[in-house]
Write a protein that binds this ligand. Structure first.
Ligand code: URA
Length: 237
């Protein structure tokens, strides 16, 4: 990879700014000053430093966030704070994006990455990646709803959902449930409950494929995926 591309990818400025950095003598490769922006380096083997500080190159970043309510799942927004705004600059430089969307008021597991291929795999309707949600429902959720969700319910636009697995954790005038679905239609969980005459008053995503929300993460906190989590996710492909 060209040294200017590597440094730009790592967030050391635009290609033009990186060129200047090189010209100013700020960059060494294997302890030798490098001024040629076209020089090829191997990020695995070569040691690249900027003003003496070693640069650890990597292409992708994989973050798990416990998304708080009130923040939107987008990279930028004119009005609202986005999940990307919650990241440290060290992570923002990778230009990551959320994998799929949670509604503004939905909490819980959100994967944030710059790995477009992985994102595509997880979101592709063909892959049927299961997503499990915890929800509080205004209304009594019954066995009839379990059956209806198993069959698939008709949403307000006429679309009939694929089977969903509904578990009642607590039934009453307010019910606690878990629901696993393999699709990601707009507002899907809320609209599935609307289809059976009930309303979601709280929604939290617990898992996406093999990835489970780390309960240690407070709302708004995030961390990098562990090697094991990443391997399990990439293995799905
Ligand atoms: N279903 C919804 O209705 N909202 C979400 O945020 C996620 C799934």
């Amino acid at each position: 990879m060209r040294i200017d591309k590597l440094l730009a990818n790592m967030g050391y400025g635009s290609r033009k700014e990186v060129k200047k950095l090189l010209k100013d003598g700020g960059v060494t490769v294997n302890n030798e000053m490098v001024k040629d922006a076209k020089l090829h380096v191997n990020p695995e083997n070569d040691t690249v430093s900027i003003y003496g500080e070693e640069v650890h190159y990597r292409e992708f970043v994989y973050l798990m966030m416990n998304k708080p309510p009130g923040v939107i799942s987008a990279t930028e927004d004119a009005v609202d704070q986005t999940v990307i705004d919650l990241l440290e600059p060290d992570h923002q430089i990778f230009n990551p994006f959320p994998v799929g969307r949670l509604d503004k008021d939905t909490e819980g597991l959100l994967l944030i990455t710059n790995d477009g291929q992985l994102s595509h795999q997880l979101l592709s309707p063909k892959k049927h990646v299961p997503k499990t949600y915890f929800a509080v429902i205004d209304g009594e959720v019954t066995d009839k709803d379990i059956e209806a969700f198993k069959e698939g319910v008709e949403l307000d636009d006429g679309y009939v959902t694929k089977p969903g697995e509904l578990t009642i954790l607590k039934s009453g005038i307010r019910s606690d449930i878990e629901l696993t679905i393999t699709e990601g239609k707009f507002h899907q969980v809320k609209r599935m409950f609307e289809a059976v005459g009930k309303r979601v008053v709280y929604l939290q995503r617990l898992s996406m494929g093999p990835l489970k929300l780390d309960e240690e993460l407070e709302l708004g906190e995030y961390r990098e995926l562990t090697e094991e989590e990443l391997t399990n996710l990439l293995d799905r492909e």
